[in-house]
Each structure stands twice: as C-alpha cells, then as structure tokens.
Design a protein around this ligand. Structure first.
Ligand code: PLP
Length: 403
C-alpha cells in the first residue's frame, strides 16, 4: 500500500453519532455521507455506521447508487438538484427523492403511474438559501399538489439553513439596526456602532444575513398547511450541524449532521454542546532525507532558501494531487517523531519538503499531515479555506484504512 494514507477511526464515528443522537433525541438522524463521506471513504464508513443511523443523505444520485452497491438497505435521501432524466434511477434503487419543483413532482408522478410503482419523496422548501426548493411563499400550492399524486408518498418536508453556524447572539449583533442601514441619515451613531468601535463586536455588520430563526419561522408557516387541513404531518427536518448546535427548537423530527458526524465543528466560535472528535488521521512517511546547504533554494519557483547553517530537508510523498493544497506552501506544518516542523518550498503535485533543521529524521519515519495534533481548522487556515474543503479534497489517490 502507498505510504501516504488516511486512517479512519470508525469507532470514533460511532461515538460521534451516539453523541449527536443523545443531543437531539427523540429526533431521528440522517447522516450525510456525500462527497465520499466528507473524504473519509464511503465504502468503509457507510456499512459500518448503518446500524446506528436512521437515514443516509447524499447530494448526488450516483452517490446513492454507490451506497446501494455497498449493500446499504436503510433509506437514502438524495438532497441535491435532480434532473428529470435521472428519475428512473430512484425507482430502480429505492431512493428518496427531494421534490424541489413542480416539474419534478409531475414527472415523478407520471413515471410512478406508468411503471405502477410508488416513490418516497421529501418536499424541499427554500426559506432563505436560494439554492433548490420552492420558496415558502409559493409552497402551499406545491404541498397541495403533492397530495394529489397517489403513487408519491410525501414522507418528509425540509429546508436548509444558510447561516446555522452563526450563534443566535452573534447573528443578532450582525443585524444592522435601522440607523446603520444605507438610508440612515448621516451622523447618527447606533449602539452597535459603539460596540464595533469598542472592539466588542468583531464581525462586519451585515443586514443581508438570513437569520436561522427567520428561516425556521418561514418553514413553520409552511407546515401550518397540514394542521389547517387536518392532514398528517410529514417528517420535518431543518438542521445541519450548525442547527443541531445552535437551534434546538429546530431539531423537529430529524436532523442531518455532516461535518459534526466527522468530529469537526462547523465554526470555531460555536458552543461545543455535543462532544465529538475527529476520526481521521492523514499519514505519510519520509521518502528522502538530505542536508541542504545555505543559499540553496527548495522546489519550484525557489520560494524558500536555506539560511545560516545547513538544514536537513526531507521529502514527503504527498502533494496537491492528493489534496494537500498548493496554497499551503511555506505555511503548513507536519509532525515527525512527535515534533512539529514547517513545510518549505512550493508544494508539488506528488511531493513536498519539510525543514527538520538539525534533527536526525530518516527515510521511513512517519509523518502526520492531519490529525494527531494537527486540526482540520489549521489546514483550512493555511489554505485559506474551510474544514469542509480540507476533508473533501483529500483525493481518491490516497488509500483509506479503516481501523
Ligand atoms: C441538505 C443538506 N443537509 C445537511 C448538510 C450537512 O451540513 P453540515 O456538514 O454543515 O452538517 C448538507 C451539507 O452541506 C446539506 O446540503
């Protein structure tokens, strides 16, 4: 096997799901395993975790089919945008459709009628994400129509939060009071301006933030349709990881954790009410070890040069084609033999170099790139991105080892 690999601690994932379940009970749990289980390797994660989850969620129909091929029998919701010509796959593989438009609803019904099959659907309401789904103000007709189709079973109804990782307190502060709005008369000073001036509020004031509670209210308004008409309520779901932590009143019947299931919090400053831990360690081994003389520069573009005394520079067989971002050049750090060292010189496609100074680091010594003291948050900072992108970018070329 390649010396560069990801080690996935399945038991940690199980503990994470149990912690989430205890926090949201009696709500059910749909674990999001899209994007190769957030980079963790769907082939190992999904079959292991299946007994502990109620539902799986993916973005693509192809991901759902992969789950079925892996032997998954639990329900699978395809949450991303669906094309009408993909609908037969939902019947073929017993998948749950996100019904996000009239066209999709009608086409699904026609197919159900012509094949004399039934299909489970979840209606998607857009309460502020502006991605897929019917706006809350046009939802009533959609809900009505969904009931007319006898072969479509409206099992669920859901929405997605745009800013759930922002705590309600910060969200409130980010809302701009009228005096700060663009039409405010000049010279007026609002309390929030004082707070910003005093450094108490770090966030840039925003009046375009969609507050999660506003989204929840819009969603609840849509749900009144069922109460008004004395109809059975479908399974209601709203919360991603941020919602699970910040918005207990939105847990409803089911939650959809992604990043939290993988042991990573959706924001740095979020209250860590659920005790989860990362399950992933990215490891490699020193492939080459040599001493580089002062004045010699390392790697493409000569972006780092040895200064002062000679330095031992070791080569790690992992690069940006593995998802070790080129943008982390001269910023990343790795751990070798329990000690942290700086990555130096441009990160190449398949290799990068590390300055171990005067230490005796040998070929074959283990290198930790992520996990084991290096957080996904750190890689995210070095690369100027977020933890989600760090994890999902680890490419298929890196073997996943499940322990
Ligand atoms: C519809 C839906 N639900 C839930 C999630 C999980 O989000 P998170 O990883 O923030 O928990 C996602 C991911 O973006 C999503 O698209």
């Amino acid at each position: 096997m390649r010396p560069t690999y990801l080690e996935i601690n399945l038991n940690q994932l199980k503990q994470n799901i149990e912690a989430i379940r205890a926090h949201v009970a009696p709500a059910k749990v749909m674990t999001m395993v899209k994007a190769n289980a957030y980079g963790h390797g769907i082939e190992g994660v999904a079959p292991f975790i299946e007994p502990f989850v109620d539902y799986f969620g993916v973005a693509l129909v192809e991901e759902a089919i992969q789950l079925r091929a892996l032997g998954i029998t639990k329900p699978i919701l395809v949450a991303g945008g669906i094309f009408i010509d993909q609908l037969p796959l939902f019947f073929e593989h017993d998948l749950t459709l996100t019904a996000s438009s009239f066209d999709l609803l009608t086409a699904a019904d026609q197919l159900a009628e012509s094949t004399r099959k039934r299909l489970k659907i979840h209606l998607k309401i857009d309460t502020g994400m502006e991605r897929v789904g019917l706006h809350e103000y046009e939802a009533e007709e959609f809900l009505q129509k969904s009931l007319a189709y006898k072969r479509l079973e409206v099992e669920g109804i859901y929405t997605h939060l745009a800013n759930s990782e922002i705590s309600p307190v910060i969200a409130r502060r980010m809302l701009v009071p009228p005096t700060l709005a663009p039409h405010a008369s000049a010279g007026e000073q609002s309390p929030i301006e004082d707070e910003i001036a005093s450094g108490e509020v770090q966030e840039r004031p925003r009046n375009d933030i969609v507050d999660s509670r506003v989204q929840l209210e819009r969603f609840q308004e849509v749900l009144r349709f069922y109460e008004k008409n004395s109809l059975p309520m479908p399974m209601r779901h709203v919360c991603n990881s941020g919602g699970i932590l910040n918005l207990p009143e939105a847990h409803l019947d089911l939650v959809r954790p992604g990043v939290l299931f993988y042991g990573v919090y959706p924001a740095r400053d979020i209250e860590k009410k659920v005790d989860v831990k990362p399950a992933l360690t990215w490891k490699s081994q020193v492939a080459y070890s040599k001493v580089t003389m002062p004045g010699r520069s390392v790697s493409y573009g000569s972006l780092w040069q040895v200064e002062g005394s000679p330095k031992r520079v070791v080569t790690v067989p992992c690069g940006y084609a593995d998802g070790y971002f080129r943008r982390m050049t001269n910023q990343a750090r790795v751990v070798i033999n329990g000690k942290s060292y700086p990555q130096v010189g441009r990160i190449c496609m398949d290799q990068f170099m590390v300055n171990v100074g005067g230490d005796d680091v040998k070929v074959g010594d283990e290198v930790t790139l992520l996990g084991g003291g290096i957080a996904a948050e750190e890689l995210a900072d070095w690369a100027g991105t977020n933890e989600y992108e760090v994890m999902t970018s680890i490419s298929a070329r890196v073997p996943r080892v499940f322990v």
